[in-house]
Design a binder for this molecule. Sequence first.
Ligand SMILES: [Fe+2]
Length: 211
Amino acid sequence: MRNLTEANLTDAVLARVEGCKDPRTKQILTSVIRHVHAVVREVELTPGEWLEAIRFLTSTGQKCDENRQEFILLSDTLGVTMLVDAIANRRSAGGTESSVLGPFYVEGAPPRETGVLKPVSYPIPTDGPVGKFLGVQNRHPFRPAHTHFIVSAPGFRRVVTELFAEGDRYLDSDPVFGVKSSLVVDFKPDGKDSRDRTHHLVEYDFVLEPE
Ligand SMILES: [Fe+2]
């Protein structure tokens, strides 16, 4: 296998995957190689541009630590997270729709008191490579106000989802593509507490589908 050219290089690489023992891994690797090569051919990527891409991915990895997951953020802003979610959560009619868990989920987070948390819109972190990535596309980083939910019950499919606040200015430009109309709800004013803070009430029925 020598003298490989633009015309036969992809096939030569694909031939090396043939020895892969796990069929699913082989399927995924074959597809990744095909598509990455197709991108390079389509845009006729230059060596400088490929190095720039490698630097971008390197800095994305270097930005990650136990509290910050820049690759999830990249996946979210590329719409890949929501696409994987859509495929994994194809539902028959009736079940509550799913949405992104997001990069900030912490297992065992402390319970919150009633009355702390009408959600507000907030920017995803822009101090790393994904912030620059949004910048070059002239995209804003603000997620519409939302609250995350994970709802489960024995015998039913768990749903990971979010409820979004009706009227939020970013509902139609969520940087992570997570908004679905069925998940947009009214946060209705529901009286005031002893410190004159307005409380809000959301009524929403989560519907789980059988396993
Ligand atoms: Fe969030």
